[in-house]
Design a protein around this ligand. Sequence first.
Ligand SMILES: CN1CCN(Cc2ccc(Cn3ccc4ccc(-c5n[nH]c(N)c5C#N)cc43)cc2)CC1
Length: 259
Amino acid sequence: MRFDVVSIFPEYLAPLELSLIGKARTDGLLELAVHDLRSYTQDRHRTVDDTPYGGGAGMVMKPEPWAQALEDIAAAAPPAPDKAAAPSPGAAPARKKPTLIVPSPAGEVFTQQLAYELAGEDHLVFACGRYEGIDERVLEWAAEQYTVRSVSLGDYVLNGGEVAVLAMVEAIGRLIPGVVGNPESLVEESHSDGLLEYPVYTKPSSWRDRDVPEVLLSGNHGKIAKFRREHQLRRTAARRPDLLDKLDVSNFSKTERNV
Ligand SMILES: CN1CCN(Cc2ccc(Cn3ccc4ccc(-c5n[nH]c(N)c5C#N)cc43)cc2)CC1
């Protein structure tokens, strides 16, 4: 998997050099390059924005620097075969388009399911907009050589796409085999089974007069699993009832439905 990120604030992406993603890069499990959009400008002021057509507050990001950057990145990327394309005898193997993720408050919401989907891609390119956004024609033009997806981190307003890209790269990168030491820890995660995760505890077993639930010290794995499942359901019902609506509760046991 290769990640390319374009931003006018490349230093914003420095945290991706740390921790799991940083180690995965060092170990060659993934590639990640951050590009300064201003290096694709042609004027001496390195201009990336201008006033919006139709009026309105703020500035809009000019299309040309984005086109230069995205052409450069697509051209530099090693060709990935399109495994889904039917081979045609005598023709060059079909190249899979890289995916361009454009963070936006107006995008489809980023979910764990989308993280899994994107973790299966060979090449993800992230366009971090700023100001009031990127000229819409860039997304239209980019569709010739990219699969373009506008994605939102959630229903709140940020000042640009960098924070969203930090979250998305971490959520996607950790799903790449080998990045997370113990793949088991990817199985029982919030949202992986549609429920929020259960509460976790560690030593000491008694802390400031608060004890770890006895069942967790029992060694009875059946009871522990039951305790954890019940607390997943309780927590989800209390904090995210919307997730329960999406689940097929017919495969819940009677007691689970009454938790
Ligand atoms: C006329 N007005 C009408 C209101 N719009 C709305 C608006 C448009 C951009 C911005 C700032 N910004 C620029 C690039 C960029 C990328 C992602 C996000 C973002 N915010 N929240 C998420 N979950 C995000 C993600 N992912 C924000 C961004 C702020 C507010 C502006 C134009």
